[in-house]
Design a protein around this ligand. Structure first.
Ligand SMILES: Nc1ncnc2c1ncn2[C@@H]1O[C@H](COP(=O)(O)OP(=O)(O)OP(=O)(O)O)[C@@H](O)[C@H]1O
Ligand SMILES: [Mg+2]
Length: 248
């Protein structure tokens, strides 16, 4: 059996006595795109933050590339985070920097690259997202869909082994949703990256997911392959697909 890249082991998390995630376990394997879906407020973003070590777990363990995330100190966490590209729900670009500098930012943070190397990496990533001719533009000059794609280029700039997407297509029109999805898929095929995608968008999930996990009432009500998810024999999955438990 292949070793998992990401592993949650009986993880629980509460805020102010309110239990959000209860005893959740899942694994993500090399090269796969694992989609987490579920109604608003079910703890999808919290799960991503726990993985990134941005907040502590109450119980359980999380592993990333064999390392126990839940046992790392802040310095070790920073080193680990470099290996994970995070695409935020809002593109979260630096408005005062041009597209080139936005994408170069994580590479410069990593250190040790010449400006020539950086230029090669930035141009390659802008080409991947189909924005080669925007390097000198500023975020304010871009459409929402273009900003999302710059966010994607920035997340993959330093060649992370894993990309975590928190609702990468929310707020985009269908044409741009499709464009972002195509890039997500391309990254998987071209760079063999492992991804976790949190999404509300059924069309997107159908396009990018290898496996789907449905978060419902503090735990996973379903984890299975995309084709199992589509068959929708599970009542919770049926409800989700038909928009009855918070799919937008
Ligand atoms: N730092 C925090 N302090 C207190 N409560 C929090 C914190 N972060 C999240 N929560 C609560 O945890 C619950 C889950 O939040 P989370 O953001 O993970 O939901 P979500 O599934 O990502 O929802 P959405 O689809 O709307 O983004 C919510 O009730 C939220 O208010
Ligand atoms: Mg969220």
């Amino acid at each position: 059996m292949t070793e998992a890249i990401i592993k949650f082991e009986s993880v629980s998390k509460s805020f102010d006595g309110k239990n959000i995630l209860q005893d959740i376990s899942f694994e993500v394997f090399p090269g796969e795109t694992f989609c987490i879906v579920g109604g608003s407020g079910t703890g999808k973003s919290v799960a991503l933050k726990l993985l990134m070590g941005l907040m502590p777990v109450d119980e359980g363990k999380i592993f990333f590339l064999g390392q126990e995330v839940t046992a790392l100190n802040e310095r070790e966490l920073n080193k680990m985070r470099i290996k994970i590209g995070m695409v935020f729900q809002s593109a979260a670009l630096f408005d005062s920097m041009c597209v080139y500098d936005n994408v170069a930012y994580p590479i410069r943070e990593l250190g040790g690259y010449s400006e020539d190397d950086i230029a090669t990496m930035v141009c390659e990533k802008l080409a991947v997202v189909g924005l080669s001719d925007t390097a000198s533009l500023f975020p304010a000059d871009l459409s929402g869909g273009m900003r999302k794609r710059v966010g994607l280029a920035r997340a993959i700039a330093a060649n992370p082994e894993v990309i975590v997407y928190d609702e990468p297509t929310t707020g985009l029109d269908p044409a741009n949703v499709r464009r972002v999805d195509e890039r997500v898929r391309l990254l998987q095929e071209k760079y063999k990256v492992t991804s976790i995608v949190v999404s509300h968008d059924m069309a997107s999930i159908y396009r990018v997911a290898d496996r789907v996990a449905l978060l419902h009432e503090r735990t996973f009500g379903f984890i299975g392959t995309l084709s199992e998810f589509k068959k929708a024999t599970h009542p919770l999955v049926k409800q989700f697909i038909h928009g009855e438990i918070g799919a937008e």
